[in-house]
Design a protein around this ligand. Sequence first.
Ligand code: FE
Length: 133
Amino acid sequence: MEPKTNSCSIEQNLKERLTPEQYQVCMCSATEAPFSGEYWDCKEPGTYTCVCCGEELFASESKYDSGTGWPSFFDAINEDAISRKEDLTHNMVRVEILCKKCGSHLGHVFEDGPKPTGLRYCVNSASLKLVQE
Ligand code: FE
C-alpha cells in the first residue's frame, strides 16, 4: 500500500493549481472532448511534461496527427516514466496510461499507431504542459 498522506497533500495542492478540467482528467480519469484541448493541433517544438509533477513524457518529434482530436504520439521519451493499467470501463478493453511518478491520468495507448513503434499514445491536452525549446 502506498502511504496516503503523500497523495492527499499532492491532491490538495493540485486542486488549487489546476483548472477544474485538468483536475477532472488527471485525478478522476475524465476525457476531454476531442478537438477541444490546447495541444491536439499543436506543432510547436518542445517537450510535453506532466502537468501535475513536471516529469518529461513526450517529445514533439514523436507527435503526429492521428485525426482523433487528441494529442497523439508514437513514442514516449522514456517508457519507464509511464505506467499502464488495464481499463475495462465504457464496455471497452483499453490500456490506460498514467504518469508513473505521480499517478496522474494521461490517456490510453493503442496498437494502431504509425511506424516504427506501431503505438498510438492518445493523451489528453489537460494532462500535459508543453515546455518549448
Ligand atoms: Fe506526473
